[in-house]
Design a protein around this ligand. Structure first.
Ligand code: NAD
Length: 246
């Protein structure tokens, strides 16, 4: 049983934080999961004791490695129903005048291009599923929706993810593939500094005045991955503690 019983999923950023919490929730809800991160060994420790999980090391900046991860999922499970794009980086903290071309492109390469490579591979894998289709969930950020104390390339990359989510949702609707985004507020993971200006700003701007747990964000991802969200596509759900209300 479970809310994802019988479903096959692929999750990027699976070794840590929101991606890892998502893998745990998916396995508890009956899914089988290919867990993708830079270092499969680090993921292995985090999912020790769980069954139904396949580890895959890939750098999502390289589309060949992303395609190989999806090929592995199809080889293991014979199908793919759910893809979650949680891999991401926050980038260099610096004054805009000191940001280099590489600082900018590094964040775009992971958060935007890497997410695109994974979305494209997911659509290729899911197109054959008719009529059951599939669900793709992209992790954006509340920084795509509102002023956010991070250098320009982070909110730019995350707003790009929202635009891509809407565009692809429309393009693949006829294949019964749904594409949605989650835009978390401050979430307690290794990415969120334990103290300092960024943490204070993102925590205190939410009326709940705390960071989310990674599990709280995984609940929203689980909903969008499951058939419970069958009438959602091209949407952004933002668990953000009341930082942005809409
Ligand atoms: P995290 O650092 O705990 O996890 C991110 C994971 O992505 C890491 O395991 C990392 O190894 C992996 N990763 C990074 N680059 C990769 C690459 N090139 N290829 C494959 N894997 C790669 O951070 P998190 O907070 O869990 O972040 C998950 C997602 O949530 C990110 O997209 C992040 O931007 C987004 N987000 C986080 C917060 C927050 O406050 N923590 C808020 C909003 C959005």
């Amino acid at each position: 049983g479970g809310r994802l019983a019988g479903k096959a999923a692929l999750v990027t950023g699976a070794a840590s934080g929101i991606g890892l919490a998502t893998v745990h929730r998916f396995l508890e809800e009956g899914a089988r999961v290919v867990a993708v991160d830079l270092d499969a060994g680090r993921t292995a420790e985090a999912v020790a004791g769980y069954e139904g999980v396949v580890l895959f090391g890939a750098d999502i900046r390289d589309s060949g490695q992303v395609d190989a991860a999806y090929e592995r999922a199809l080889a293991e499970f014979g199908r793919l129903d759910v893809a979650v794009n949680a891999a991401g980086i926050s980038g260099t903290q610096a004054d805009i005048c000191d940001l280099t071309d590489e600082d900018f492109m590094d964040v775009i390469a992971v958060n935007l291009a890497g997410t695109f490579y994974s979305v494209r591979a997911a659509v290729r894998a899911m197109r054959g599923n008719s009529p059951s289709g599939g669900s793709i969930v992209n992790v954006s950020s509340v920084g795509a929706l509102a002023n956010f104390p991070l250098p320009a390339m982070y909110p730019a990359s995350k707003a790009g993810v929202l635009g891509m989510t809407r565009a692809v949702a429309a393009l693949v609707a006829a294949d019964a593939i749904r594409v949605n985004a989650v835009a978390p507020g401050a979430t307690d993971t290794p990415m969120l500094p334990q103290d300092g200006k960024i943490r204070r700003a993102v925590v205190e701007l939410g009326v709940l005045r705390r960071a989310a747990s990674a599990e709280e964000i995984a609940h929203t991802i689980l909903f969008l991955a499951s058939d419970e969200s069958a009438f959602y596509t091209g949407q952004t759900l933002s668990p953000n503690g009341g930082y942005v209300m809409h």
